[in-house]
Design a protein around this ligand. Structure first.
Ligand code: C5P
Length: 227
């Protein structure tokens, strides 16, 4: 007897260091979903601009980098630890604000959301889970479940500061907080695809909620939605 299995699509959005990546990774494992961190794809665009000595505030440089990333995207490219510093993060929120850049990357993300990679070594994914800023609103507006994570800026800056410290990157809490607030303002204030909760998103405030509690609540929400 063959069992029809439903393709599951999950969107997780929220500001920097709201815990969306950690949550999305755990949910991907739990439900056997393909996980894609859309922030890493936008970071890869910014890194390419910087590597070429070009300008993240120049729309033409940004679009040609987006096309490069679309055509050369690999797991290694988005897992590159060199994407995870504040210089790249700052350049990312500048270069990703141009509508043609967003069009190119949105289409790429949507393709992977609907067609998770297939490998002969693992059983096919049950669906996909993407995290970012505009997944529930723009990239996957028909996602089965949309989660929107928030946490106050001080808590998020504290988390990011600890992460950077653990990696041996020297900075101060005040710098991290300021950088984060600047980036949040650019991400929320841009005209195209700003950081915004979808009308049907379920909100989680992770300021005081630990990772395990957020995970358990999300699993319950997803099970209920899919039942
Ligand atoms: O999630 P992360 O902090 O790695 O994202 C880096 C930057 O990429 C964000 O500050 C934002 O400017 C951009 N981004 C975006 N849309 C997404 C994901 C990330 O604009 N869906």
């Amino acid at each position: 007897m063959s069992v029809m299995t439903q393709f599951i699509s999950i969107a997780v959005d929220g500001p920097a260091a709201s815990g969306k990546g950690t949550l999305a990774r755990r949910l991907a494992e739990q439900f056997h979903l393909f996980y894609l961190d859309s922030g890493s794809v936008y970071r890869a665009v910014a890194k390419h601009i910087l590597d070429l000595g070009k300008n993240p505030d120049n729309p033409e440089d940004a679009v040609s980098a987006a096309l490069y990333v679309r055509d050369h995207l690999t797991t290694e490219m988005i897992d590159n630890p060199a994407l995870r510093n504040d210089i790249v993060a700052d350049a990312t929120s500048r270069s990703c604000r141009f509508p043609p850049v967003r069009d190119v990357i949105t289409e790429t993300l949507r393709f992977y959301a609907n067609h998770p990679p297939v490998s002969k070594h693992t059983k096919p994914f049950q669906g996909s889970i993407l995290d970012g800023r505009d997944i529930g609103t723009v990239v996957c507006p028909n996602a089965d479940v949309k989660l929107f994570l928030t946490a106050n800026a001080k808590v998020r800056a504290e988390r990011r500061f600890k992460e950077l410290n653990a990696k041996g990157i020297e900075t101060t809490y005040e710098t991290v907080l300021q950088d984060m607030q600047d980036r949040d303002a650019r991400d929320s204030g841009r005209e195209t695809a700003p950081l915004k909760a979808a009308a049907d998103a379920i909100h989680f405030d992770t300021s005081t909620m630990d990772v395990d509690t957020a995970f358990e609540k999300a699993v319950e929400v997803i099970r209920q939605k899919l039942a």
